[in-house]
Design a protein around this ligand. Structure first.
Ligand code: NAI
Ligand code: MG
Length: 379
C-alpha cells in the first residue's frame, strides 16, 4: 500500500478547521484508491510566534523537508503586526523549499455562479502560474527620512533567469498537457529590464514546444480580458506581483476567494510542495463554524495530484465541486452544515463519485499535475 506523509500546518483562525475538514476528503480518497495518509500536525502561526518570538525556525524547516507534501491552512492574527507571519512564515517557506511556481487554477464549476455574467463553466478553465519567490517580494530596499516630508522609499525587484525559467518551463509543460496555449502576462513596455528577461526566457523555452502557441498580454489589459473573455487563456505565466493581483481577480471570476485553491510548487522535487486555500484566517468568522472548507479541499486535491494520485485528485475535486454547487454564495447559518459537516459531505461523495464528473481527464490540471509533478520522496 502506498503511504503519503503529509505535514499539516493549520495555522490561525479558520485555518485548522478548514484543513481538518479537507483531510477527511483526502482520507476518503485514500480508502477508495488504495493509499494511506500519514498526517503530522505542525505548530505554526500566531500562537507559536507569540510564544517563541519566531515565525519559522530552522528545525521546523528541516522537519517539513522530511514530508512528501505540506497542507497549509492560513496564518494571520490581529495580535501580530501585518506581514510578520505572511513574510516570516509563508514567503520564507516558499523560498526555503524552492516552491518557485504558484499554481492558481481559475475554474468555474457547474452550479457555481460567477459575479461576471459572461463567465460560464464552459469558458472558464485556466491556470495562472505566478513566480513565487522573487520580483518585488524579496523585501530588499530602504526607507530613508521615514516619517518626514523628505521620506524616500526604494523597494527592489529581483528577477533571475533561473526562477523565471522554473515558472515558464513548467508553464509550457502544463500547456502541452492541456490546450497548448501559453500567455505571458507582464508590463514589458514599462518594466523594460525584467520584462525583457521574461520575454527572452519565454522565447527560448518556446522553441522546445513547437505545438504550444504563445502570446503576450499586458498586466493592466489582463484585468479586462480575464473577466470578459477567460476562454482565450489556457496557461498564464507571470511574475510575483502581477500574479498576486490577477489571481485574486481570477478568484472573483470563479465565484469568490472562498473557493480558490493554490499550490506552491517545487518543480524540481528537491523539497516538498505546499498546498493552501487562497483565503486568509478570516478572524471575523473564526470559531463560528461558518468557514467553507471547499477551497481547502480543492487545494488538497491539488496535493493529491502533486503526489501522483490522479484519480484520487479528480474524485476529491469532483466531490468538492458538487458540494459547492449546493452551498449558498455567502457563508453563514444558511449553509445548513458547519465546516466539519461540509467536510464530511465532501468525504462521503469522494467514495462513489465519478472522478471525471467535472473534468476532462485528458486536459485537466489534476491529470497534468499528476504526470508532471516530480516526486519528493525523502524517506
Ligand atoms: P480573509 O481571506 O481571511 O477574509 C476575507 C473575507 O472572506 C472575510 O470576511 C472572511 O470571513 C471571508 N472568508 C475567507 N475565507 C472564508 C471561508 N473559507 N469561508 C467563508 N468565508 C471566508 O482575508 P483578510 O480578512 O484580509 O485577512 C485576515 C487575515 O488573514 C490577515 O491576518 C491576513 O494577513 C491573513 N491572510 C493570510 C493568507 C494566507 O495565510 N495565505 C492569505 C490572505 C490573508
Ligand atoms: Mg493575494
Amino acid at each position: 500500500m502506498r503511504t503519503h506523509h503529509l505535514a499539516v500546518l493549520g495555522g490561525d483562525g479558520i485555518g485548522p478547521d478548514v484543513t481538518d475538514a479537507a483531510l477527511l476528503g483526502v482520507r476518503a480518497a485514500g480508502e477508495r484508491f488504495g493509499f494511506t495518509v500519514h498526517a503530522t500536525d505542525f505548530d505554526g502561526g500566531a500562537e507559536a510566534y507569540l510564544r517563541t518570538g519566531t515565525a519559522l525556525d530552522d528545525d521546523t524547516v528541516l522537519r517539513l523537508r522530511s514530508h512528501d507534501a505540506i497542507l497549509l491552512g492560513a496564518v494571520g492574527d490581529p495580535r501580530v503586526p501585518p506581514g510578520v507571519l505572511e513574510r516570516g512564515l509563508i514567503v520564507a517557506l516558499r523560498v526555503a523549499l524552492r516552491q518557485s511556481v504558484n499554481i492558481r487554477p481559475v475554474r468555474l464549476y457547474p452550479g457555481v455562479t460567477s459575479p461576471v455574467t459572461t463567465v460560464t463553466p464552459d469558458n472558464c478553465d485556466l491556470v495562472i502560474l505566478r513566480e513565487n519567490t522573487e520580483g518585488l517580494y524579496t523585501g530588499g530596499g530602504s526607507l530613508s527620512h521615514a516619517g518626514t516630508r523628505n521620506a524616500v522609499a526604494v523597494q527592489n525587484s529581483v528577477t533571475t533567469a533561473q526562477a523565471t525559467r522554473d515558472t515558464v518551463e513548467f508553464g509550457f509543460r502544463l500547456a502541452s498537457a492541456r490546450r497548448n496555449r501559453l500567455t505571458l502576462c507582464h508590463k514589458t513596455n514599462i518594466l523594460v529590464h525584467a520584462g525583457q528577461l521574461w520575454q527572452d526566457v519565454v522565447d527560448e523555452v518556446a522553441a522546445d514546444y513547437p505545438d504550444v502557441e504563445h502570446d503576450y498580454v499586458h498586466a493592466d489589459a489582463m484585468c479586462q480580458h480575464l473577466p470578459l473573455d477567460p476562454g482565450r487563456f489556457d496557461v498564464v505565466v507571470t511574475d510575483n506581483l502581477f500574479g498576486d493581483i490577477i489571481s485574486d481577480l481570477g478568484a472573483t471570476v470563479q465565484g469568490g476567494l472562498g473557493l480558490a485553491a493554490s499550490a506552491n510548487h517545487n518543480p524540481t522535487g528537491s523539497a516538498p510542495s505546499m498546498y493552501e486555500p487562497v483565503h486568509g484566517s478570516a478572524p471575523d468568522i473564526a470559531g463560528t463554524g461558518w468557514a467553507n472548507p471547499a477551497a481547502a479541499a480543492l487545494s488538497a486535491a491539488l496535493c493529491l495530484a502533486g503526489l501522483g494520485e490522479r484519480d484520487a485528485a479528480l474524485a476529491l475535486e469532483a466531490a468538492a465541486a458538487s458540494v459547492l454547487a449546493e452551498l449558498p454564495a455567502h457563508s453563514g447559518p444558511e449553509m445548513g452544515d458547519d465546516t466539519a459537516g461540509i467536510g464530511r459531505r465532501i468525504a462521503d461523495r469522494v467514495i462513489d463519485i465519478d472522478p471525471v464528473a467535472v473534468a476532462d481527464p485528458d486536459r485537466s490540471l489534476m491529470s497534468a499535475l499528476a504526470t508532471l509533478a516530480p516526486a519528493h520522496r525523502p524517506g
